[in-house]
Design a protein around this ligand. Sequence first.
Ligand SMILES: Cc1cc2nc3c(=O)[nH]c(=O)nc-3n(C[C@H](O)[C@H](O)[C@H](O)COP(=O)(O)OP(=O)(O)OC[C@H]3O[C@@H](n4cnc5c(N)ncnc54)[C@H](O)[C@@H]3O)c2cc1C
Length: 380
Amino acid sequence: MRRGELMAGDVVIIGGGPVGLLTGIKLLEKGFEVEIYEEDKQVGYPQHCTGIVSFKTLELYPIEGQDLIINKLRGVRLRISDKFLEEYVASTPKAIVIDRILLEKRLYWKYIDMGGEIYLDKRMDPKILAGDIKKKNGVVINAGGAKELIKSGYKDVLTGFQVDIESVDKWIKDDVTEIYVDKELNSEYFCWITPLSNNHMRIGTASSERIRDIVYQIGENLGIPMNKVVREFGGIVIAGGPRKKFMDKNIVYVGDSAGMNKITTGGGLNYGGNGAIILTDMLYNEELTNYRSRWIEKFKRELQIQGILRDLFLTMDEDEIVEVMTILSKTEIFNALLATGDMDYHASDLHKLLFERDLMRIVLGKGRFRRILRKLFTKI
Ligand SMILES: Cc1cc2nc3c(=O)[nH]c(=O)nc-3n(C[C@H](O)[C@H](O)[C@H](O)COP(=O)(O)OP(=O)(O)OC[C@H]3O[C@@H](n4cnc5c(N)ncnc54)[C@H](O)[C@@H]3O)c2cc1C
């Protein structure tokens, strides 16, 4: 495909989520004419995301951002059922909770102000659309999110569910998010308890079954006033890394539809936002065939380690996780990583822990050595 052959109106984006809208904005900046089709009546709704991102992630999105920040987080409290409790707090904020609905609304207005076309309440079939514009050498960018990923046969997903609770001032610290592991209740994922503003908090987790019951049970186990839930919401959490192909004829995938998510947490605003930037650069520079390898190059090491961490979480029992965390908490490297580390590249620096013998004994035990080796040498 050559830039000269792309005609006006030939880039069509399916999905007006954050990644679709960012892709649209970046293409308009480069002089393309763009149309976005969004199946919902308004952008931003229904919300499915917790909204925890790094400061750098927010900067990927070219909009005024300060008032999108609902809360700033300085640290994490890790609780493993009733066996382990430790807090890791940095001196400055490391992450923020953003207003996801406002993020999408801002992107929408920026896109409209730049002259972009968007059709709301319009569900489109990517294959039909791709056929229609093929004659003109046009491209369909599929930014339709996790549902579009699942349509391709991708299976490594869980249902995410969360609730917002009001008036919880006695329970929660303003700037520390809690990660709660209770393998008996949920062996597939951790649970997050995140402070919002005005004494509100958000509790959620992901699972393949009984998700709503699990969230309410977690709240009850922790003594959280679940009768003060003001909102329930959720969506699909992607846990298997990127899809094998980012292009299928003249359909190009970006964001959740491409599986551009952290394997450990499902977070996709950073990896998908970077995906939008890489894709639009490559489209402009006529190098679309290298699009996947360019994105993989940026995140490969991180994804490999995240894949191993996810595997460890699934295969270790609670006592082993406690043992690992007890050792880690005493190492200087781990504490330094938490104080200075980058939440979007949280796994890459972990190789520094390879020399912690006691740690390696547990991690590599029970046949995990082979699994880890296999993961390290499997092509992403
Ligand atoms: C429970 C949960 C918590 C999360 N928490 C975080 C977090 O804290 N931090 C983080 O970074 N990420 C988080 N994520 C992930 C994050 O929400 C996604 O990575 C992000 O929304 C991806 O953006 P996207 O634009 O690719 O897809 P989406 O946000 O899913 O947007 C896709 C859009 O496409 C539209 N669409 C789909 N199909 C069609 C069609 N055929 N025609 C027209 N329109 C269509 C949809 O209506 C939607 O608006 C979370 C996800 C879940 C489920």
